[in-house]
Design a protein around this ligand. Structure first.
Ligand code: URA
Length: 246
């Protein structure tokens, strides 16, 4: 085996100590030591090194967010981080996790996950190919006056302001070519335009300052009881599919 070819697949939950530039010792969660040797001459290992750095950066970002949240009014809340492909063409950004997401610790699972699968099928992608996150990484809840149980509510301005810098860093690290926002909250977060409304922005591509292409869509939950909006949403999806195929 030539130099740089003994690359072992890594897992996202790890602690690592880099002894030098091209050799890394990883301690897996099971306590097993895995040595990685990377070669600068081998494009394949250079790519893996880049992905590895990205993964390290995302892991550190989650740790920083967890630390900031634990010293905030949200200390008791479970955080739901972004997940998916680390080198995606497309990053999808929702509003905030709901009950299923909070339970499973992953964005867009349960009912929202079913909507997501239909959405991805329409545009010809699958979940493994994209990266998915939310603006707010906790489930915003209020007490139901009827049942006394926690029910979902839209995220507050304070919650959005707290999580926004972390989302901005997450977008930079993941570095997708395309960003698809679902609804008003991520649209305002990504454009930085507090007056942006999805009714004006949906279904059209916009080039952001850093060259990424933003494609705003309605939030799937908004279309459930609105037939006209549902047709618009389908048209928007077909526009996005056509653009992605170019
Ligand atoms: N809706 C969102 O916006 N995000 C989720 O993770 C689930 C539902």
């Amino acid at each position: 085996m030539g130099k740089g070819e003994n690359v072992t697949k890594t897992t996202p939950n790890f602690q690592y100590i880099p002894p030098n530039k091209f050799e890394k010792t990883r301690y897996s969660p099971q306590g097993t030591t895995v040595i990685h040797t990377f070669s600068v001459d081998n494009p394949k290992t250079m790519w893996i090194t880049r992905m590895d750095r990205k993964m390290d950066h995302l892991t550190q970002l989650c740790a920083r967010l967890q630390e900031a949240a634990s010293a905030s009014p949200y200390a008791e809340k479970k955080l739901v981080f972004g997940d998916g492909c680390q080198n995606p063409r497309l990053m999808m950004i929702g509003e905030a996790p709901g009950g299923d997401e909070e339970k499973q610790g992953r964005p867009f699972v349960g009912k929202a996950g079913k909507n997501l699968s239909a959405f991805l099928e329409t545009i010809g992608l699958n979940r493994e190919e994209i990266y998915i996150s939310n603006v707010v990484k906790l489930r915003p809840t209020k007490e139901s006056p009827k049942t006394g149980k926690a029910v979902n509510r839209p995220p507050s301005k304070d919650e959005i302001a707290f999580f926004l810098p972390f989302l901005q860093e997450e977008i930079k690290v993941v570095n997708p070519q395309w960003i698809v926002t679902l609804g008003n909250v991520p649209l305002k977060a990504v454009t930085g335009d507090a007056k942006a409304v999805i009714g004006d922005w949906h279904g059209k591509p916009f080039t952001l300052e850093d060259g990424k292409i933003l494609f705003p869509l309605y939030h799937p939950a908004a279309i459930i009881y609105n037939r006209a909006l549902s047709e618009t949403y389908q048209e928007d999806l077909m526009t996005l599919k056509g653009l992605l195929e170019k």
